[in-house]
Design a protein around this ligand. Structure first.
Ligand code: PGA
Length: 251
């Protein structure tokens, strides 16, 4: 079901599996049309189903050998082999189970020395440009409206950089780290500006705890207080929601 009165096009799915199938099918379509497509990829609970479906499509013949990938973000500091790192997450949830060439995988590093972070971020931006820009960007959304680790207040022109993580976001990650105190205080994230130049964007959200922020992103004004609302006006963006995440959109 597509609803037009919203400030961002919305598709509401029967459940998380239906959402995952549709989003993975769209990624497959992008890759079939352009075998060396550049994909922007998120971590989190939301994309796991989509990655699962993408793995199934790969096993059924979808070739990902020429695809290039850029992940949105990584905690800082964190070692790439730490179980909570996004490097680890991506290996487990996707990369080990498909034929993406490791040399085509890019994830910001959480283990570069602090005085090299700025250069690392600039190199990350350059690598995206050299790859031809992001063809398809998949996003989740935080309870505070963040996309990537672009927390409220992030400028729409922001680029890959070191940021401070919001308390609400650190609370949401506390379980994985065995307590909020262990969650890193910073992260390296693509910026809002990096995300907005992607040619196509899908933001996926599942569950009731995302419903109020989804309503603010879709019905409210475009504001950096709700980073996901900055997707309003992108020429090719769609929000894919389950019924619970869409609950506050009903008129
Ligand atoms: P989640 O995280 O998919 O685990 O809910 C989304 C996000 O914080 O971007």
């Amino acid at each position: 079901m597509t609803n037009n009165p919203f400030r961002i096009p919305v598709v509401i799915h029967a459940d998380s599996m239906a959402l995952a199938q549709v989003v993975a099918a769209r990624i497959a379509e992008v890759v079939r049309a352009k075998p060396d497509a550049v994909l922007g990829l998120p971590t989190g609970a939301t994309p796991i189903g989509t990655y699962h479906e993408l793995i199934a499509l790969h096993k059924a013949g979808l070739d990902l050998s020429r695809v290039r990938t850029f992940n949105l973000d990584e905690y800082y500091p964190i070692a790439p082999d730490a179980p909570q790192s996004y490097h680890h997450f991506m290996r487990e949830q996707l990369f080990q189970q498909v034929n993406i060439d490791p040399k085509n995988i890019h994830i910001p590093r959480g283990d570069v020395p602090r005085d090299e972070v700025a250069a690392h971020c600039e190199a990350y931006e350059r690598a995206i440009v050299e790859a031809g820009g992001i063809d398809f960007q998949l996003l989740g959304i935080g309870r505070d409206g963040h996309i990537g680790f672009n927390e409220p207040g992030s400028a729409e022109t922001s680029r890959t950089r070191l940021v401070v993580i919001n308390p609400i976001t650190r609370q949401d990650a506390a379980g994985e780290f065995g307590g909020e105190a262990n969650v890193p205080r910073e992260a390296i994230t693509m910026g809002i500006g990096t995300i907005l130049v992607a040619r196509e964007i899908i933001l996926a959200a599942l569950g009731e705890k995302k419903s109020s922020i989804i309503a603010r992103a879709v019905l409210g004004l475009r504001t950096s207080d709700v980073p996901a609302s900055l997707l309003q006006g992108h020429p090719c963006v769609t929000l894919h929601l389950d019924g619970d995440a869409a609950a506050d959109l009903a008129g």
